[in-house]
Design a protein around this ligand. Sequence first.
Ligand code: LRH
Ligand code: MN
Length: 426
Amino acid sequence: MRIDKNQLGDTNKKGITEHNQHYDFLGYTLTKKGKDVNAIVKKLQDFQVAIPSWALGAGGTRFGRFGFQGEPSSLELKIDDVGLIHSLTQTAGAISLHIPWDVPTDYNAIKDLANSHDILFDAVNSNTFQDQKNSKESYKFGSLSNTSKSAREQAVTHNIEVVKIGEKLGSKSLTVWLADGSNFPGQTNFQSALQNTEDSLKNIYKTLPEDWKMFIEYKPYEPNFYSTVIQDWGTSFMLANACGEKAYTLVDLGHHLPNTNIEQIVSTLMLKGKLGGFHFNDSKYGDDDLTVGSVKPYALFLIFNALVYGMENNPQNPYPAWMIDASHNIKDPLEDLIQSLEAIQEAHAKALLVDQKLLLKAQLNHDVVKCQEILQDAYRTDVRPLLQKARLNRGGALSPIDAYRSLKVRENLIKERGANSVASGL
Ligand code: LRH
Ligand code: MN
């Protein structure tokens, strides 16, 4: 199934008058505040988020998985689903593959298909947290950190193969997330595990193409529940520095202990030029991989405020990679991803309304109330007309969820794929 712009034109008709009224009024109030509304809308249009190939079907937990009908059972169908999301939202212009869950068979065909949907290939993800059927060494007790030299070499080789797959697709970055760690005190020697990991990452790093980046993703726990080798931003930052200038830290919002100040981590990494990118999601307790902005929308706004400040003041940090990393246990995966994209762009737009100069002045004057008022004035602004304008300017849907439902996308996918087609991934 594909959605063409004319179909969207029709679905947009009924809401266009109300949108224009809201947009004109918001444009008027923001212009009065000295905002360049067209520049903000342009930034929203240019902001493209990569969709995880492993989150286009129903997720699950060890307590069960409730399948969703019409799931994409092949890489081609996954790219088609990202194409559907992109045609509605016009902000999902990339897919992030996970290897070996999504190894292309015909690279040219896959590239042509992605191209036909106006989609690029963002970071490729290695997988040394599961054993493959024919693998010689097991990762039960770790991969890049494993005490076994041949297990480490197997994991290094896998990462080098993942880079080769990415190169053939036009990807420019590798994401390394390690489950490596321990479940019980005394089980591992922390120092040798970390040193093994650093040496292994360096062996991968030295094979990285000149124009590539390596993202090192940290996580405090799960699937190991006593220690994780790359447990926090500091460890990832240290390893990225040890590897070299093409290595960066990747921030998965769900990979923080409760109440961690993530916006401060983002600021620190950008100041040091080591923020590589994001895995956006939301959580209340652990790595819940919930819809972005569904639990802590103000925290997401504060993170984007730090990002906008960093992108204006830290030329030492490259343009970050924007990716979603979520898992859908009860909702339609495509609707869930569409809602996540809306929450990301909403936080982004609100952060673009923050008067950074005025805020800096109030901070220098220790006018705490003024600082809060500046932030919350932006946060309390209904920016949805700006998001709608950005979508309309690119031929997208005024309301993607309404269009998704009125065009009966899920029903059509079930007709095309059958009710029992299942997507590979988590
Ligand atoms: C680990 C993680 C990582 C992926 C996996 C699917 O929790 O966030 O980014 O490899 O999820
Ligand atoms: Mn992640």
